[in-house]
Ligand binder design. Sequence first.
Ligand code: AMP
Ligand code: ZN
Ligand code: FE
Ligand code: FE
Length: 291
Amino acid sequence: MLIDLHTHSNASDGTDTPSQLIDKAINRGLAVIALTDHDTTRGWDEASTRLLNHPSQSTLQLVHGAEISCQDSDGISIHMLGFFFDPQHKPLLDVLEQTRENRLSRMERIIARLNEAGIEITIEDVHAQRSSDATLGRPHLADALVARGHVSSRDEAFAALLHNKSKFYINHYSPSPTSAIQLIKEAGGVAVIAHPLASQRGRTIRIEVLDDLIAAGLDGIEVHHRDHSEDERAQLLGLALEKELIVTGSSDYHGTGKQNQLAEFTTHPQQWEALVSRARIKNVEERLIRR
Ligand code: AMP
Ligand code: ZN
Ligand code: FE
Ligand code: FE
């Protein structure tokens, strides 16, 4: 039973449309997929429509989610997965909108720095790489740099120019992880911290901060993820057991934008059941239920 609780579409920085993602999940034989685009719920409707009208006899279950960009009091970037939350919950919607809005001016500021260093690229080049209203991110800038011939791939763009320690890096507005957890839960959802020890991206969360998040109601930890070493997984698993948190595993699939393959890491069915049981509204979309 393949359960993949973290994937991206071109509603943010993935390269597949939500429909293509659903088709791939069905072809790959997934039992459950969560669509978790960065700071948006924009792909939910298309993914649901594709699943509910799918020509196959698929039993795929679709979970609506989002990966919320956060920053803790040490200035460390944290990604919070929210599942099953009410997409109409105004306080949460406002925070997501503020983040997406701020990503636009942040992109202009990064571009200004690149231009100062003699790298020719414009905001129009970047917009040409994203589908309309998609959450704008560095991967779109990476694609624009590839299109301009400055680098040969997203990976090279990040390694050479766009990584978190680069002189071109600028962050954007994001809520604190505690407020993201509170908002997700107020909206009836479940909160799981994504890849908390993914150290090659930059500094990672201090254990004391993680304790604060658990106190704020964090439901689970994404343990099984390609950006964690064996040791990091063991450490997180120990913590999850000690604190009675849900353990997830997922691909963080981005289409052709990253090497991550659908269901390369998965969540145990019992952990999935525990996750569903914590949601106030258990709106799992399934083709056979609707027919
Ligand atoms: P941003 O949200 O604009 O700060 O960009 C961060 C996003 O870039 C992450 O969530 C990943 O999806 C993506 N990313 C980070 N590193 C890489 C990489 N080496 N190659 C491709 N995408 C990356
Ligand atoms: Zn991403
Ligand atoms: Fe992430
Ligand atoms: Fe992600």
